[in-house]
Design a protein around this ligand. Structure first.
Ligand code: SOE
Length: 392
């Protein structure tokens, strides 16, 4: 990549935690991957001018703006990166696609299946004009997770027999932790289920190469009201004396059946005391198993049941060899990477696909399918945990 490389002019809408992580991806990816298009971090959009200007300065965006509608109409913007809460994804993404902008949209795709269907339809129409959309399930792009998929696809664990996916956090164990947008169904769509359960669904399907066809689940809100943040937009500030309702789930537990008939067990919770971001996936097969833990993201545990019986055991593979997915772009083997590198891998794959005129994955259709699984879990939970099919 050099100055003659065509630019990909990016506008990012939102600038919270995911805004910081996406900014890191846009800023760093071009320096470690030879990209066919040169991302330029042109505009960051926020509802309030001063915080947006501060975000532009801190994260390296050329301009800041407060009106996303004006930004998506600009003819000097090629791609819109949506990192706002889920209740705004559909309106922004559909308008931007219709304006001819490529899209990167944070997960989950939307707050409802209806919104996700409209987004997937708009993306399918735009793709016919060479305008592409991706949904940001970045954990697929952790080298160890991609390598796990490669091992399963190569048959190294044989036939998949069972899947378990647990995403464990504990940031809401304190009942006095204040209400934020993530606990408001109108803004977030759901709680642990859509926020981290969506990752468990997407990654389990990605690693196994199989989709879920039915689920049986239960959602629970453990703390039903919390202190209200003094500042109205609820994204930061000091908790006041007023209390408000938690309108989303704190814990999601569900069983899933994959298209092959295999059963999977899933857990997404913000009340697993002591677990900070423990996203664990284990896939057990007829000839072996893989086990991944995001809190040990540079390693993959691999069990080879075909090894001599006395030598069998889970091997801790350090996924940092240059031949491992993405790893060759960074450091010599054994020099580890972190949480943020998945966002650079996401930029690499998105830019490569746009330059090649091919559909980046996961697509909005993939995001819609995850949304349907989320919806089926919610339906099941409201119906005595009855098995609920996921429409194709
Ligand atoms: C909070 O649960 C959160 O930031 C999620 O929103 C992200 O998707 C996950 O990657 C880390 O935890």
């Amino acid at each position: 990549m050099n100055d003659s490389t065509p630019a990909l002019r990016v506008a990012m809408i939102g600038h919270g935690f995911m805004g910081a992580a996406h900014s890191q991806g846009w800023r760093v990816a071009p320096r470690f991957f030879d990209l066919p298009l040169r991302p330029s971090m042109d505009v960051v959009v926020g509802r309030n001018a001063e915080p947006a200007a501060e975000a532009a300065d801190r994260w390296g965006w050329r301009e800041s703006e407060t009106d996303w509608r004006r930004v998506i109409e600009r003819d000097d913007i090629d791609l819109v990166d949506i990192v706002t809460p889920g209740n705004t994804h559909a309106e922004i993404a559909i308008a931007a696609l219709e304006a001819g902008k490529h899209i990167l949209c944070e997960k989950p795709l939307a707050n409802t299946v209806a919104e996700a269907e409209a987004m997937a339809d708009a993306a399918a129409t735009a793709a016919e004009r060479g305008v592409f959309a991706m949904v940001g399930y970045t954990y697929r792009r952790v080298p160890a997770a991609t390598f796990a998929r490669d091992l399963v696809a190569a048959g190294r664990i044989g036939e998949v027999r069972q899947v378990r996916a647990n995403y464990l956090q504990d940031w809401l164990v304190n009942a006095e932790a204040p209400l934020t947008w993530r606990m408001n169904k109108e803004l977030a769509g759901s709680g642990s289920l859509g926020d981290i359960g969506a990752h468990a669904i997407d990654l389990a399907q990605f690693i196994t190469g199989q989709r879920l066809v039915s689920v049986s689940g239960i959602l629970e809100t453990l703390v039903k009201e919390r202190p209200v943040l003094a500042i109205s937009h609820g994204l930061s500030g000091v908790a006041g004396t007023e209390r408000g309702p938690v309108t989303v789930d704190d814990v999601a537990l569900f069983t899933g059946r994959f298209e092959s008939g295999v059963l999977g067990s899933f857990e997404a919770t913000r009340f697993s005391t002591g677990r900070k971001n423990a996203f664990r996936i284990e896939v057990a097969g007829s000839l072996g198993a893989i086990s991944f833990d995001l809190e040990e993201l540079n390693t993959l545990s691999f069990y080879d049941a075909t090894a001599p019986a006395l030598e069998r055991g889970f091997t801790r593979i350090l996924v940092t060899e240059s031949e491992h997915p993405y790893a060759g772009a960074w450091w010599p083997t054994g020099h580890l990477i972190g949480y943020e590198h998945g966002f650079s891998h996401q930029v690499r794959d998105l830019v490569d696909a746009i330059a090649a005129g091919t559909q980046p994955t996961p697509s909005f259709a993939d995001g819609l399918q995850v949304q349907r699984v989320l919806d089926a879990v919610e339906t099941s939970s409201g119906n005595g945990s009855a098995w609920t099919s996921i429409p194709d």
